[in-house]
Design a protein around this ligand. Sequence first.
Ligand SMILES: [Zn+2]
Ligand SMILES: [Zn+2]
Length: 400
Amino acid sequence: MAAEIQPQPQARKPCLLSKIEAFQDVVSTAVIIPKEDGVISVSEDRTIRVWLKRDSGQYWPSVYHTMSTSCSCMSFNPETRRLSLGMDTGSICDFILSEDYNKMTPASTYQAHQGRVTVVLFVLEMEWLLSTGQDKNFNWHCSESGQQLGTYRTAACVSGLQFDVETRHAFVGDQSGQVTILKLEQDSCSLVTTFKGHTGNVTALCWDPVQRVLFSGSSDHSIIMWDIGGRKGTAIEMQGHHDKVQGLCYASHTRQLISCSSDGGIVIWNMDVTRQETPEWLDSDSCQKCEQPFFWNFKQMWDSKKIGLRQHHCRKCGQAVCGKCSSKRSTIPLMGFEFEVRVCDSCHESITDEDRAPTATFHDSKHCIVYMHYEPTTGNLLTSGTDKVIKLWDMTPVVS
Ligand SMILES: [Zn+2]
Ligand SMILES: [Zn+2]
């Protein structure tokens, strides 16, 4: 009897291509240069280096520039080869890289913030340079004249920034855990709304302008997918990391979200599946399964001569249950739980093996990641670690 041949699923597994070492300090931010097989690195040793892949297969610096103070963030635009550096002093230094990437010429410097610049983002279409600083200001400057156009005071220090060119919305993620959405005009802005969902700092933001979905990563280990395009206010929590989320990238051609955490974990999420929101946790004074009282319910404890129990919640149905009625654990990938969570006994029975099929793959970069960058044209991923090493990974699909 002929066995039915199942098509092998396409899985993406990061495959280590190269390592760039030779840093005195940690590389705080770096980007892959598309088409050129190059990397721009900004290290805490104050060096800005452009690395090009040589015939030997090794990366060698073609530019080695030392700044007078530490650089905290950068934005690189491959079309104009414009490199904008945010400095610890609050200034922004713009450079233009030569076509062969062998030379870096200073373009302009301006004082944008009082205190360290935390994020810079160059928007070619608007000729804007957006920046946030330790001074809690979100500013935008004309990238041509260096003139400040507008400013907005944020609730806390900003650690993530994204911009939607079409609608001119800026997404500003801060250390209080919230994401502020601002509508920018040439010289003013208005507050649209605020997303609150994380219990820790927002550490990374990623905007997919096609699906109109915002992803936020946090030090609380979670990622939240804010579905703006769906217009139903859906926010889905994705639990797949055991440590602080350090980076988020969306690969639109394969519809995968790539996330990394400070313990070195890289998670590749299949975004072709429809995930559901987790239910609100229900309030009850007694277990909603066996009706035993919870410990604060003195009246029922007295009336029924029963000992009060601790309250738990089933992650699938949200019911308040006692420990005995929720003794089992399960993954619920379609609710974003890639790890086992508490479920009540009846929900445990209802979850099939098919429901438990993971919707993400888990990989180990073998270094503690501080920064991540994905280049969609080459399908390569860059990770920078506390080991002062940059690793380049091939993310193109392989048959598993
Ligand atoms: Zn119970
Ligand atoms: Zn349940």
